[in-house]
Design a protein around this ligand. Structure first.
Ligand code: UGA
Length: 439
């Protein structure tokens, strides 16, 4: 059993710390944000992540998981320290590493015994070397530590399962001792024969960017295919299904939609482009995926305005779903943002409902009217747009919708509604890459 400290209690830090304690280790999740630690110590989970609360409680009760804002002490008592702080996008598209470097300095200042220092935050290739340099500069060349890159592949909304049952674990370590220690941290997975990729630090860092950017590319690709489907009368759902049944392609991440959002794909694709430029290389495919994603978001706004006969001013319009995907309250880079901006700028009265993301979106757009259920959102509306495929919208009662709205106009950006039902109820509708109604 190892003594582990995770620094940073965001999605990655909290889920990873909790998961590692569930593997049987003693874990301290540490953060300088005292209010977050106070919440955690009183049993409140500061992020929305399905299933996380149960696993936190189970491990706190077993005495394996605790929370502390004393970062220095948490570092001193650990064998392995994970850096899991944020790496937001900076103004030029590169990753802002100030929090990572600041943590590295704090670790160096508290390096009292040999420790494995391991980065989970998504950081550009070469960051490992910079962290090693910071630690050596502060703690001296004889400081006893090994550095490891151990990127995370958690999806918000499914993060607990992704951590406990990963497709692979990537360990970028040049020292065998450090690799063995990390292998021991992930021992239960090792026994279950989860593939462990043991590689060098730069390769581990690259695996994370290459994976995220590839998934983003897949989404932009199917979105552009969807747009062509619209022009030629093809159905993108069927195209994607048939493509996906080819094992070389796989059906995952082939759902056409309003463009990808969230805290990872938009930021990581831009960071990879930035990295490529920095080293004098091109990554035109990802550059194109970023541009296609931006157009896809604007395209949704244009589609909706067209459905409303180009007349939006003064009309009530309803947005169903605000988060960038279901099962999260995260609205970062959500396609709802472009939609709200577009509609507000044209003078619409925007009414919105999301099962859990209303309050996050309200911080950004206080002028939108937020309501507590979809029925209130669509009442007397001149147009409804579905932006997130929450289960409750998948099962939307279209008959009821038809009786509540002022005009039967729907844009389904997630392709979740039954087109037959929409036809039958005489809706004017559009979607992404499928047949739309005749108007
Ligand atoms: C993503 C990756 O999937 C994780 O493996 C990775 O660990 C994480 O980023 C990260 O770097 O931390 P996440 O951003 O939580 O996870 O969400 P995804 O489920 O990947 O969805 C991202 C966006 O793509 C969403 O807006 C979603 O609606 C969109 N999407 C996804 C599509 O439009 N179509 C699809 O087929 C799949």
């Amino acid at each position: 059993m190892k003594k582990i400290t995770i620094i940073g209690t965001g999605y990655v830090g909290l889920v990873s710390g909790t998961g590692i304690s569930d593997f049987g280790h003693n874990v301290i999740c540490s953060d300088i944000a005292e209010e977050k630690i106070e919440m955690l110590n009183s049993g409140i989970i500061p992020i929305y992540e399905p299933g996380l609360k149960d696993v936190v409680e189970r491990n706190v009760q077993a005495g394996r998981l605790s929370f502390s804002s004393d970062v220095a002490e948490s570092i001193q008592s650990a064998d392995v320290i994970f850096i899991a702080v944020g790496t937001p996008e900076s103004e030029n598209g590169s990753a802002d590493l100030s929090a990572v470097f600041s943590v590295a300095k704090t670790i160096a200042e508290n390096l009292n015994t040999y420790k494995v220092i391991c980065t989970k935050s998504t950081v550009p290739v070469g960051t490992g070397d910079k962290i090693i340099n910071i630690i050596k500069t502060v703690a001296g060349n004889n400081a006893e530590f090994d550095y490891v890159s151990n990127p995370e592949f958690l999806r918000e909304g499914a993060a607990v399962n992704d951590f406990l049952r990963p497709d692979r674990v990537v360990i970028g370590a040049t020292s065998d001792k450090a690799f063995d220690i990390l292998k021991d941290v992930y021992r239960p997975l090792y026994i279950n024969e989860t593939p462990m990729v043991h590689t060098n630090i730069a390769t581990a860092e690259m695996i994370k960017y290459a994976s995220n950017a590839f998934l983003a590319l897949k989404i932009s690709y199917i979105n552009e295919v969807a747009n062509i489907c619209e022009a030629v009368g093809a159905d993108v759902q069927t195209v994607a299904r048939a493509m996906g049944s080819d094992g070389r392609i796989s059906p995952k991440f082939l759902h056409a939609g309003p463009g990808f959002g969230g805290s990872c794909f938009p930021k990581d694709t831009k960071a990879l482009v930035h990295l490529a430029n920095e080293v004098g290389e091109d990554i035109r495919t990802i550059q194109a995926a970023v541009e296609a994603n931006q157009s896809q978001k604007s395209r949704m706004v244009d589609k909706f305005i067209r459905l409303l006969n180009n007349s939006v001013d003064g009309k009530i319009v309803s947005l169903l779903g605000l988060s960038f995907k279901p099962n999260t309250d995260d609205v970062r880079d959500s396609s709802a943002i472009e939609m709200i901006e577009g509609l507000l700028s044209l003078g619409a009265h925007v009414r919105a409902y999301d099962p859990i993301a209303n309050s996050n979106m309200k911080k950004r757009f206080p002028l939108v009217e937020y309501v507590d259920n979809w029925q209130s959102a669509v009442k007397d509306s001149s147009g409804v747009v579905i932006l997130t495929e929450w289960n409750e919208f998948r099962g939307l009662d279209l008959q009821e919708l038809a009786t509540l709205v002022k005009e039967k106009i729907v844009l389904d950006t997630r392709n979740i509604l039954s087109m037959n039902e929409l036809y039958r109820l005489e809706f004017t509708f559009d979607n992404v890459g499928r047949k739309k109604s005749d108007r």
